[in-house]
Design a protein around this ligand. Sequence first.
Ligand SMILES: [Zn+2]
Length: 342
Amino acid sequence: MSAVDDRHRRQVAFGPFGSEGQAALAAATVAVVGCGATGGAAAELLTRAGAGRLILIDRDIVALDNLHRQVLFDEEDAREGRPKAVAAGEHLRRVSSAIRLTVEATHLDASNVDRILDNVSIVLDGTDNISTRFLLNDWCFETGVPWVYVGAVGGEGMLLPIVPPRGPCLRCFLPEPPPPGSLATCDTAGVLGPIPTAMGAMAAIEAMKILAGASQPEARKLRTIDFWDWRVRDIALPPRADCPACALGERDFLHDERSTRVIELCGRDTHQILPPPGPRLDLEALADRLDAESDHLLVNRLFLRLDLGAERLTVFADGRALIEGAGNADRARAFYDRYVGT
Ligand SMILES: [Zn+2]
C-alpha cells in the first residue's frame, strides 16, 4: 500500500465511499469561494480527505476578530494582515504536500468568474454575502457545475447542495436578492465560533457525496440548524416551475447590471459602493443592528455614518455607500458586506 493510500485507508474503508469515491476526490478540483470560517473549515477537511486540487478565493485580509471562528489562521496572520487566500494556502500546504493549490486573493465577480472557476468540479460557498451567491448560482447553472450553499450566523447554520441541471437552486428559495442592509451578518448578529466549522464540515461531506456520485436528488434539501436550541428544519421544496435560474434559464447575475460596483474616488482613499437598484434601505433598522459596533454612530433620514477607528462608512437610503480608509476596492467591498450586508 502506498503512502497516499495509507493516509486515506480509514476513509476508503467506509464502504459507501470506498476506493472509487477516493479516486473521484483525488481527480477533483474544488473551488472554495471565501476562505474564512465555513470555507476555511471545508477547505481544510477536503485537503485532509484527499481532494486533488483546491482553488482558494478570498478578497479579505486576516483580522484579530476572525480568529474565534476561522480555523486556518493564527495571531501572526492577523498581526501581519495577510490576505486570507494566501494564509489559507500556506496552512494547507503544511497539512498536505500532495494537494495542488491555486490562490486567488481577489473578489470574485462577473468579470473574472469564468477565468477563476475554469474547469472546476464543484464550488463550495464560503462567502459572507448574498450577491456572490447569486452569481455562483447563475454560473453553476450555466456551466453544469454543482455547488454547495452554506451559511452561518448567530446560533444557526444553513446548507443546500445544488446539482444542475436539476433544481431546487438558491433562487427557488430566494427569487430576488433582499435589499442591502436587510439580512443579518456575522458583524450585526454575531456568530458562535464553532458553528461555521460545523457547517463547513457538512459542506465538505456533501461535496464528497456529490463527487462520488452518491448524492441523492431527493436528499437535497435546504437544511437549517439552530445549534443553540437544537432545532433542525428541512425544507424539501420541489424545484419551482417559475424559478428564474433553474427553470427559466435566466442568468441575470452574470451581467454587470445586477452586481454591486465599487468605484475609487480620486485622491482621498474613498470608495463608492453602488449596489444594483432595489428597495430603499431602512436606515433606522440598520442603525439598531450596528449600535454595538461603535460609539460613533450617526443616523438621520438621509444617511447613516459609522466611525470604526481608521475607517468610516456612510450609507445612503438608496443603498449607495462611501467607505473612507479601506485602502483598496476589495477591502471596501468586504467592509460594506460586513456592516451593511448584501
Ligand atoms: Zn431554482
